[in-house]
Design a protein around this ligand. Structure first.
Ligand SMILES: Cc1cc2nc3c(=O)[nH]c(=O)nc-3n(C[C@H](O)[C@H](O)[C@H](O)COP(=O)(O)OP(=O)(O)OC[C@H]3O[C@@H](n4cnc5c(N)ncnc54)[C@H](O)[C@@H]3O)c2cc1C
Length: 412
């Protein structure tokens, strides 16, 4: 739902009657729906040509939600009952499409926000895209923790003769059949892409430079995540971490022996402190044990035909896949506020990082996935809803004085 009526496509200045939300991913949709529930119209600006562009354009075919569906649904409108415990990427996208339809959310596409800044004189946020300038009293940042791929600067990368691709461009292992592939990174993306490569008869070599916690996706038939959440309600975090590691060692064995060192800090403590997510194993570990995914040391240098590793070994590869993760892009376009770190995350930690100054809000920057998104979206809608009821009076007078209809939204 757009609260802004465009009367002329040449128009360059648009005043938005309600908050501007930047990003039409799950977070942008969730906050727009919650605002609507509170009687507040909003306008979503999205750089891409569709909702949930990360899921539609930048994820691999075999992807399923990592967490059980009850932890991934957005507020006010749940998953269909017939969805499996771990919905596929396609199912998740179709759910998000139904969600947008249900709440009549119509983002304005191909609007890449270049600069957003609060104007202290007028008291409005000014948002600049390639062809419009939008003004609003509220700005909601929903551009995600995964807005841009992280491309590491590895010596010699430009010399490599084969293709180098980030996981955001990887769709399936079909094109890597019988190839020796170097997968750089051993988090969830590195593990899952390596597994997919195995299933397409490729020969993946996964670089494990950093330590990593690998946990089974389920323990005793219960999702590890659900179990951890339940235990955390009655036990201290460190005890829960000890329990998870005990069960992980019993079910998966000692991953250190496979070349996958466990961090000294427990999985939940580490996640809370650094945002580093433990790997939830969906089958890669058995392929590592079977020798079908080989673990290699950190890369020292990429050569024309392969790589040299820090342990002195060398290998020849046909392709390189960078499973090196993503980063926020907020610092590149949000100006004049100290609310975000240089890495583009709110300085105030969860659960209080959703509200900044001068009508600035953030949704989906909690490092807690869609559960964090739901929490932020509800908080923001409640907060703006209260203000909106007071502000609406101002809006009405403003509109009457200019002979404009506030039910349509206004532009100038
Ligand atoms: C592969 C993968 C699997 C995941 N699985 C789970 C899971 O199972 N459970 C879970 O809870 N979480 C999961 N997550 C984490 C998280 O929930 C998702 O990343 C989710 O998509 C976050 O939603 P978001 O709307 O905050 O960000 P995004 O989905 O990244 O959406 C942000 C939107 O903002 C747009 N945008 C960015 N910059 C601009 C700009 N300057 N101007 C205009 N638009 C812009 C982007 O195009 C994008 O559409 C997963 C993440 C990934 C990458």
């Amino acid at each position: 739902m757009s609260s802004c009526k465009e009367e002329d496509t040449q128009q360059k200045w648009l005043w938005v009657n309600g908050p501007i939300i930047i990003g039409a991913g799950p977070s942008g949709l969730a906050v727009s729906a919650c605002l609507k529930e509170n009687g507040v119209p909003s306008l979503i600006l999205e750089r891409s040509d569709c909702i949930a562009s990360l899921w539609q354009h930048k994820t691999y075919d075999r992807l399923k939600l990592h967490l059980p569906k009850q932890f991934c649904q957005l507020p006010l409108f749940g998953f269909p009952d017939n969805f499996p415990k771990y919905p596929t990427k396609r199912q998740f996208i179709s759910y998000l499409e139904s969600y947008a339809k249900h709440f009549s959310i119509n983002p304005k596409y191909k609007q890449a926000v270049q600069v957003a800044e609060f104007d202290h004189v007028s008291g409005f946020w000014k948002v600049q895209t390639q062809n419009f300038q939008y003004f609003s009293k509220w700005l909601i940042v929903a551009t995600g923790e995964n807005a841009e791929p992280v491309i590491p600067n590895i010596q010699g990368m430009d010399k490599f003769k084969g293709p180098v691709m980030h996981t955001s461009l990887y769709k399936s292992g079909t094109e890597f059949n019988n190839q020796r592939v170097l997968v750089i990174g051993c988090g969830n993306f590195g593990m899952e892409v390596s597994l997919d490569l195995c299933r397409h008869n490729a020969i993946p070599h996964m670089v494990a430079r950093n330590s990593v916690h690998i946990l089974p996706r389920e323990m005793l038939g219960i999702s590890t995540f659900s179990m951890a959440m339940a235990l955390l309600k009655c036990l201290p975090l460190r005890i829960v971490d000890k329990f998870l590691l005990l069960v992980a060692n019993l079910t998966l064995g000692n991953t250190d022996k496979l070349g996958l060192r466990r961090p000294k800090t427990g999985p939940i403590e580490l996640k809370n402190a650094t945002g580093k997510t433990p790997v939830l194993d969906v089958g890669a570990l058995s392929q590592i044990k079977a020798g079908k995914i080989q673990i290699v040391h950190a890369v020292k240098e990429i050569t024309k035909i392969g790589a040299k590793f820090v342990d002195g070994k060398e290998g020849e590869f046909d392709s390189i896949i960078l499973a090196t993760g993503y980063k926020s892009n907020v610092p590149s376009w949000l100006k004049g506020t100290e609310f975000f770190t240089e890495q583009g995350m709110p300085k105030t930690p969860f659960p209080n990082g959703w509200k900044g100054e001068n009508g600035l809000y953030t949704v989906g920057f909690t490092r807690r996935g869609l559960l964090g998104t739901a929490c932020d979206a509800k908080n923001i809608a409640r907060d703006i809803g209260d203000e909106w009821r007071k502000y609406k009076g101002f809006c009405k007078n403003f509109c009457i004085s200019r002979n404009l209809s506030d039910s349509q939204g206004i532009c100038f």
